[in-house]
Design a protein around this ligand. Structure first.
Ligand code: SF4
Ligand code: SF4
Length: 83
């Protein structure tokens, strides 16, 4: 399941550089996560790095993008493989 950033985001910018997949970027109002790039950090880290660092705890899982651990791992492999 990809993660999403809620409107509680304070645009502090600390999450963007810690994402191993470059899935986070500044949107029009708040930061946004590209669900095609977010693997919940599977393949890179044991825990989602953005969730760990966000000071206002505004990055829940996105129920609109349900994915199993295996699917996240497959996404990671596609991303690092450059496919
Ligand atoms: S969970 Fe990991 S891959 Fe997904 S947006 Fe956060 S830091 Fe990036
Ligand atoms: S760390 Fe949290 S508050 Fe800061 S930009 Fe990212 S989502 Fe927004």
């Amino acid at each position: 399941m990809a993660l999403k950033i809620t409107d509680e985001c304070i645009n502090c910018d600390v999450c963007e550089p810690v994402c191993p997949n470059e899935a986070i970027s500044a949107g029009d109002d708040i930061y946004v996560i590209n669900p095609n790039l977010c693997t919940e950090c599977v393949g890179h880290f044991d825990v989602p790095q953005c969730v760990e660092i966000c000071p206002v705890d505004c990055i829940p899982k996105d129920p609109n993008h349900p994915e199993s651990h295996e699917e996240l791992l497959a996404k990671y492999e596609r991303l690092v493989g450059g496919a």
